[in-house]
Design a protein. Structure first.
Length: 136
């Protein structure tokens, strides 16, 4: 595969986000429309997206108060492009931008992904919790 990946801080289109999230079943889990997903991206403190030509192949974002805390979320790379450092580069750019503002970067992930994030410089430090009523 020819790797001419372009990274940008522009928010992807609603169709692009929805399509990428659909590869992982996130749309079924989140139960949000294309417009709502796009709104979440637009309202993020920072977004980094990766493109192969015009195709969105990866994205991640930071939600933040802009003063103290920054939460990395929504990191996703299309299955055809995984294992090529794209997710690592998205994380690197988001963390660097957050560090420039002296923000404390944190994230929540499944246990299976802790090794991935540890390789990117994160440490396990707390137990994550979620509102179980949301799953009803």
């Amino acid at each position: 595969m020819d790797m001419n990946i372009r990274y940008t801080d522009e928010v992807p289109s609603p169709d692009q986000i929805y399509c990428l999230y659909d590869c992982f079943g996130w749309n079924e889990f989140l139960k949000l429309s294309k417009v709502q997903l796009h709104q979440a991206m637009v309202q993020s403190w920072s977004v980094i997206s990766a493109y192969d030509e015009d195709a969105l192949i990866g994205t991640g974002r930071i939600i933040s108060d802009g003063v103290m805390n920054a939460y990395l979320c929504g990191l996703v790379v299309h299955p055809d492009y995984q294992g090529q450092g794209i997710g690592s580069e998205i994380v690197r750019q988001l963390v660097e931008k957050s560090r420039q503002k002296n923000l404390h970067v944190e994230l929540f992930c499944t246990e299976e992904l802790t090794n991935y994030y540890e390789k990117l410089g994160f440490d396990v430090f707390a137990a994550g919790m979620k509102d179980k009523r949301r799953d009803v």
